[in-house]
Design a binder for this molecule. Structure first.
Ligand SMILES: [Zn+2]
Length: 161
């Protein structure tokens, strides 16, 4: 499946949410959960500045979906996100039976950017989503928005020096 033009607003919203996270002193990641009919069901951004480094938006949306959606609704839903799910979030996504994932920037791209910025490696290996969840349809990266996401990460990490 390819990313359609009508999906770009959801991805732009993910970038906005990532910018909101950055403004709140958090790592710039944002995600939107969209139902089969195109309705936005939920959105969140990274909240790891709280000290809990599991507070990723994709994880929050997966747990929300498990509590509020039927299995069928979850399978038909799409998670849009500014950065490809990490292995923790990919696992949560698959365990609750959510559907497609569309990301702006890949983990491979993010890893390269952070390496250029001298950021130490994360404690979790940046595996592609499909290595964690082979049954999930995944689309990305989305070149139209990738540079915006890169700039948010550069701003975040330069600000921490
Ligand atoms: Zn994650």
């Amino acid at each position: 499946m390819v990313v359609k033009d009508k999906e770009l607003p959801h991805l732009r919203r993910c970038v906005e949410l990532a910018a909101e996270a950055l403004e709140a002193g958090d790592e710039p990641f944002g995600s939107v959960l969209v139902g089969a009919d195109g309705t936005v069901l939920g959105e969140d951004h990274n909240r790891v500045a709280s000290g809990d480094r599991t507070r990723h938006p994709e994880f929050e949306l997966a747990r929300w979906a498990a509590a509020h959606l039927t299995p069928g609704e979850r399978a038909a839903a799409t998670v849009y996100t500014s950065g490809e799910h990490c292995p923790m979030c990919a696992a949560a996504h698959a365990w609750v039976g959510l559907g497609r994932i569309v990301y702006v920037a890949s983990s491979e791209q993010l890893t390269a950017w952070l390496g250029e910025l001298g950021v130490p490696a994360a404690p979790v290996r940046p595996l592609p989503v499909q290595d964690v969840t082979p049954g999930v349809t995944v689309d990305g990266p989305v070149p139209e928005l990738t540079e915006q996401v890169r700039e948010l990460h550069v701003t975040f990490h330069r600000g921490r020096r």
